[in-house]
Design a protein around this ligand. Structure first.
Ligand SMILES: Nc1ncnc2c1ncn2[C@@H]1O[C@H](COP(=O)(O)OP(=O)(O)O)[C@@H](O)[C@H]1O
Ligand SMILES: [Mg+2]
Length: 323
């Protein structure tokens, strides 16, 4: 097969098939550890796929393999029509990759940073001029082209990093925790840009520790210990949750947590501001028992009600089952 597929037909294949990412049994080991463990996944053109999961789940390792930056140990991944192991350069040419620690050159100006990435990707002069002008306008960086990157605000650095990854007009964008440590206002703005890129036809694969961001994706994948343990649109994931959530407001909170943590009916406990979210098999059955336990722990219950699960609840419940 390999010998028959010419480079031209490889690059043409995504048009015939709307799958932008397809992994089969994708695995990466580091010594004895399977950081990514026989992972199957398909992402279609036009999706915004959010990857969430605890630290060490394998998100970065997966993204690096999909971007042709790390060779799989086993299994295959075809991204934008090219095999990541056999033809990583073809993958790199047609995707944008913003690693977890994206490096801008601090002493270079905004325009010089863009130029540098344009050169790395071999963007021609005319194409560079057009794309740079468009990105600078879209990201409202056009007034700062001469400013050294190190003198930009955090939000602006983020936008410049995104612009650099887009300079070669890629079909798909891979972002590894692009908004970690960015303030909430800039995070929202960053997502507005992602949406607008997506409307322009760019497929987006993004890892994030923030559930509110995952809620905005067309599909969410939960990764744990190298495996994808759930993958669906946010609404369907919530509908599929096993167990029920009791939302409790009680004082003092520390005593409430203590009384609930060890309770036989409590499968997990999460704190959301002043509310406690308790995962139980049956809210009706648990409520009177938990009230009793809280009272005897000296806790005053202000309210206890069944809550619509959040995406965070779904993940906590899924992780509670596999750990
Ligand atoms: N280059 C490496 N060498 C050895 N172990 C690694 C390497 N990269 C990642 N790992 C391990 O693989 C696991 C997954 O890491 P990573 O993909 O960075 O997870 P995440 O991005 O979800 O936090 C972790 O246990 C990590 O320590
Ligand atoms: Mg990571």
């Amino acid at each position: 097969m390999d010998g028959i597929v010419s480079p031209a037909s490889v690059s043409a294949s995504p048009a015939a098939d709307d799958t932008v990412i397809r992994c089969l049994g994708l695995t990466r080991r580091f010594g004895a550890l399977a950081a990514v463990d026989h992972l199957d996944l398909s992402v279609a053109r036009g999706e915004i796929f959010a990857l969430v999961g605890p630290d060490g789940a394998g998100k970065t390792t997966l993204i690096r393999m999909l971007c042709g930056a790390l060779t799989p140990t086993e299994g295959t991944a075809v991204v934008v029509g090219a095999d990541v192991a056999r033809d990583p350069e073809a993958v790199k040419a047609r995707i944008g990759y913003m690693p977890q620690r994206f490096s801008l050159y601090g002493d270079l100006s905004v325009m010089e940073n863009l130029q540098l990435y344009g050169d790395i990707y071999g963007v021609g002069r005319t194409a560079f001029r057009e794309q740079a002008a468009r990105l600078l306008t879209d990201f409202r960086l056009d007034a700062f082209t001469g400013r050294p990157a190190q003198q930009l605000s955090g939000g602006m650095k983020q936008k410049l990093a995104l612009a650099c990854t887009l300079i070669h007009a890629p079909d798909a964008l891979f972002l590894d925790e692009p908004t970690t440590g960015v303030d909430p206002v800039s995070r929202r703005q960053f997502w507005r840009y992602l949406y607008s890129l997506n409307r322009d036809g760019i497929t987006i694969f993004v890892s994030t520790p923030y559930m509110d961001e995952a809620e905005r994706a067309s599909r969410v994948g939960l990764m744990n210990r190298g495996r994808l343990i759930a993958s669906n649109d946010p609404g369907a994931l919530k509908a599929s949750m096993q167990g029920e959530i009791l939302e409790i407001i009680a004082e003092p909170k520390a005593a409430a947590k203590q009384a609930l943590r060890g309770h036989a009916l409590v499968r997990s406990l999460e704190v959301f501001g002043d509310r406690l979210h308790v995962l139980v098999d049956s809210a009706d059955r648990a409520e009177p028992e938990l009230r009793r336990a809280l009272l005897s722990g000296g806790v005053q219950v202000q309210s206890m009600r069944r809550a619509v699960p959040s995406l965070e609840d779904v993940f906590v419940s899924r992780l509670a089952r596999v750990v």
